[in-house]
Design a protein around this ligand. Structure first.
Ligand code: NAD
Length: 274
């Protein structure tokens, strides 16, 4: 597994397992076990996924040392203050049965995010979180946060797939030395991206699936990527992407598929963030 060194020196496995919408403990346990067996060590959860306790239990039961795992969780939007951020973090940690988190993110740029960041900086400085970052932050939110931040966020986890490539934000994050992490990397099943003929042709040439070509494209853009599946064969397939490389011409063909087609809410839609 390739790792990426974040701007604070912490290493993150470039590919991890996302567990959004995996709510029942059996599928969670089975998918985490399948992922561990396939070589995954990085897991992405959030308070709002209501599965931190299941993730924690599955990882506690597994025969893998804590220091070999990389676990991310996220602070939900109902929290708006410094003190509540600390309380919410402690509660996440308890549900995960852990005494530190590898990465903790502000889930959306909703009310109070500069105060929430201040609390996360303190938790980071206390050693309770190894790396702190953001999710769904766009340029105006980044500018506001960075004006008062003392610790540079390590990542911004944003919706990204071939139909929504985030070119401008990708460039801005690069310039800020904040790593682009892609959520919904396979389009969340909300479009026909997995059967796109351009991707299918490239996949055939490498004897890979379109999902593998998409994941390879993310990796070659330097992104951290967290595809979700609960099926063992797909979990295995999604990590089997380190034995081939797309050519610059293939990367350019995929760049040409961008439709600026968001599958989810727009973080700049203030009404949605209330
Ligand atoms: P995804 O793009 O990873 O798509 C997952 C879906 O793709 C699966 O349900 C399955 O239908 C399909 N799939 C997976 N592997 C496949 C394969 N090999 N072949 C064919 N189909 C395949 O969508 P996601 O789960 O929404 O995103 C990934 C992770 O990102 C989440 O699990 C979560 O951890 C994170 N996430 C974060 C945010 C955020 O706001 N920060 C939002 C959504 C998701």
């Amino acid at each position: 597994m390739e790792t990426i060194t974040l701007n604070n020196g912490v290493k993150i496995p470039q590919l991890g397992l996302g567990v959004f919408k995996v709510a029942d403990d059996d599928s969670l346990k089975n998918s985490i076990n399948a992922a561990l067996a396939a070589g995954y060590r990085h897991f992405d959860t959030a308070k709002i996924y209501h599965n931190e306790d299941g993730v924690g239990q599955a990882l506690a039961d597994a025969d893998v040392k804590r220091e070999d795992l990389f676990v991310t969780s996220k602070l939900w939007d109902n929290v708006t203050t410094y003190d509540d951020t600390k309380r919410a973090f402690e509660a996440s940690l308890k549900r995960l049965q852990m005494d530190y988190l590898d990465m903790y993110l502000i889930h959306w740029p909703s009310e109070g995010y500069t105060e929430k960041w201040r609390a996360m900086e303190d938790l980071y400085n206390e050693g309770l979180i190894k790396a702190i970052g953001l999710s769904n932050f766009e340029q105006p939110h980044l500018e506001k946060l960075l004006a008062s931040a003392k610790v540079l966020p390590v990542v911004d986890q944003i919706e990204t797939h071939p139909y929504f490539q985030q070119g401008t934000l990708h460039g801005l994050l690069h310039d800020l030395n904040i790593r682009h992490e892609a959520w919904g990397p396979l389009g969340q099943g909300k479009s026909d991206v997995l059967t796109n003929p351009v991707l299918a042709d490239i996949a055939t040439a490498y004897n890979k699936s379109t999902a593998q070509v998409i994941l390879r494209w993310h990796l070659q853009r330097g992104e951290i990527v967290i595809p979700k599946s609960i099926h063992e064969a797909r979990i295995q397939q999604n990590i089997d992407v380190f034995d081939f490389a797309l050519t610059p011409a293939e990367m350019a063909k995929i760049a040409g598929l961008d439709r600026n087609q968001r599958g989810s809410s727009d973080p700049q839609d203030e009404a949605w963030l209330q």
